[in-house]
Design a protein around this ligand. Structure first.
Ligand code: NAP
Length: 245
């Protein structure tokens, strides 16, 4: 129960990696705010699973890519659960396609959700973190943002942007006792990878030395470490959780 009494805000927590993170942080004793985009049923189910672990849960619908909605969601969380101690920017989308044929809308939307969304929630949380002189920010990037991946110019750019955001902010707020780190998963067994062409996924998994995709819980464990007391002196880092890629 290392996080007992803490409040964690996890974006994209209705499904997949975000839900696993919410449950893992709840297991460690944190109260959890779960932000989702549209899947209210999944979000309520995830919140129920969190509460079953004996902590408080609040599921909130908000589009993180909308500055006003992000601010309003943060304020609602603060009102209901208290100011968060941990912010996990996990919400993310893909709109894959070759750059030559990619629409402006598909490029813009992916960057807006994956990168701007993380900044908007961070911007909402920072004044409280700075005032309290503590806080943990964990951004979920991707190996795609570190190594590149054909068909993902928009996604890789957004995830590389998150790495820059992580490193710049880490230096900025380190004197205030706040750490900022990123976790870079490889392939993870979620709806996002289920939407991939099965042949492309099979080919991609051949490049994973461990020969399999990660389970969402394996990403959540890394996030819990970075949110916990053992990671107090770690900041500005990108932790790859990728089966050896
Ligand atoms: P997922 O199963 O598709 O779930 C995406 C989550 O993000 C859902 O909770 C969704 O809410 C939420 N979301 C999407 N757009 C949003 C918005 N505009 N505002 C608020 N919430 C929004 O995805 P996942 O595979 O768990 O991925 C989670 C994160 O890990 C993403 O950042 C992804 O890029 C990253 N990642 C994934 C993999 C992988 O292989 N799966 C690998 C590397 C990195 P709704 O349920 O309401 O739609």
């Amino acid at each position: 129960m290392e996080l007992k009494g803490k409040v964690a805000l996890v974006t994209g927590a209705s499904r997949g990696i975000g839900r696993a993170i919410a449950l893992r942080l709840a297991q460690a004793g944190a109260d959890i705010a779960l932000i989702y985009a549209s899947n209210g049923q999944a979000a309520q189910e995830a919140a129920g699973q969190v509460e079953a672990l004996g902590v408080r849960a609040l599921a909130l619908r908000a589009d993180v890519s909308d500055f006003a909605q992000a601010q309003a969601a943060y304020a609602q969380v603060k009102e209901a659960l208290g100011a968060p101690d941990i912010l996990v920017n996990n919400a993310g989308i893909t709109r894959d396609g070759l750059a030559m044929r990619m629409s402006q809308a598909d490029f813009d939307r992916v960057v807006q959700v994956n990168l701007n969304g993380a900044f908007y929630l961070t911007r909402a949380a920072l004044p409280d973190f700075v005032r309290r002189r503590s806080g943990r920010i964990i951004n979920i990037t991707s190996v795609s943002g570190l190594d590149g991946n054909p068909g993902q110019a928009n996604y890789a750019a957004s995830k590389a942007g998150l790495v820059g955001l992580t490193k710049a902010l880490a230096r900025e707020v380190a004197p205030r006792g706040i750490t900022v780190n990123a976790v870079a998963p490889g392939f993870v067994d979620t709806d996002m990878t289920a939407a991939m062409n099965p042949d492309t996924l099979a080919q991609a998994l051949k490049l994973v030395p461990m020969g399999r995709a990660a389970q969402p819980q394996e990403i959540a464990g890394a996030v819990a470490f970075l949110a916990g007391p053992d990671a107090g002196y770690i900041t500005g880092q990108v932790l790859r959780v990728d089966g050896g890629m």
